[in-house]
Design a protein around this ligand. Structure first.
Ligand code: ADP
Ligand code: ADP
Length: 225
């Protein structure tokens, strides 16, 4: 797992300032949740971490190395984004195998790692199905497996469960918590649901108008002294 240092990141779109001087230390193996109203800059921040958006100011470090100018494929970041759907024409196994294919891993290693992930997310017997043949929860588990299969330094999740109904959402939260504990990966998770943040996070950071207002454990942030 990686530790990430965010030093004075700003992001402007023309005259509009989506992120203002955001600084955060994200610890190795931490589960950090970004909370805040819609439009507060949470997704933009995740896109900067992923390398899909270039910051206008500031620097990013992973394990002490400056990655500000690194392209997404070198960031060792797994992603579960709303707009980052499963490949509909590929089987479950092929979807999960994809990040390993891109990295030109040998076939025997791909088979082994895909097999392990399929088991880890309880999709045994579904390997050769197309995503459309799966339930919503199963599709989410394929997305989690695909994001974790290459053992990324950090997993970035942008409201991955917002389309699910309440009970399924609860199940997926438990699943995510388990995967975090089992893999020890650093998780950065975006939500606007306070109870979700409380249930999952080691720390919470509150975004508002592109700024981090507060960062701390859920107790520190929500319990008044
Ligand atoms: P959140 O994830 O907290 O809902 P976003 O990061 O998506 O917030 O958006 C922060 C602000 O930045 C919003 O006002 C949004 O309209 C603006 N924004 C995001 N991306 C772009 C873009 N590509 N061009 C212009 N404005 C953008
Ligand atoms: P399908 O033929 O149903 O489209 P594939 O056989 O193409 O699925 O699977 C894609 C990749 O996933 C394969 O190259 C293989 O490495 C891996 N794979 C397929 N089935 C399994 C399985 N049951 N367990 C582990 N890995 C698998």
């Amino acid at each position: 797992a990686s530790e990430i240092k965010v030093a004075g990141i700003g992001k402007s779109y023309g005259a509009f300032c989506a992120l203002k001087d955001v600084s955060l230390d994200i610890g190795r193996g931490e589960f950090l949740t970004l909370l805040g109203p819609s439009g507060s800059g949470k997704s933009t921040f995740l896109m900067v971490l992923a390398g899909f958006e270039r910051p206008s100011q500031g620097k990013l470090f992973r394990d002490g190395v400056d990655i500000t100018d690194q392209p997404p494929e070198r960031r060792s970041a797994g992603m579960v984004f709303q707009g980052y759907a499963l490949f509909p024409h590929m089987s479950v196994a092929a979807n999960i195998a994809f990040p390993l294919r891109v990295r030109r891993k040998p076939e025997d290693e791909i088979k082994r790692r895909v097999g392990e992930m399929v088991e880890r997310v309880n999709l045994l017997g579904h390997e050769h199905k197309l995503p459309a043949k799966l339930s919503g929860g199963q599709q989410q588990r394929v997305a989690l497996a695909r994001a974790l299969v290459f053992e990324p330094g950090v997993l970035l999740l942008d409201e991955p469960f917002s389309a699910l109904d309440k009970s399924l959402r609860g199940q997926m939260q438990a699943e995510m918590k388990r995967l975090h504990e089992e893999t020890g990966t650093t998780f950065v998770f975006v939500t606007h649901d306070q109870s979700e943040a409380l249930a999952l996070s080691s720390r919470v950071s509150i975004f508002n108008h592109g700024e981090v207002l507060q960062v701390g454990t859920p107790q520190e942030v929500y319990e008044r002294p």
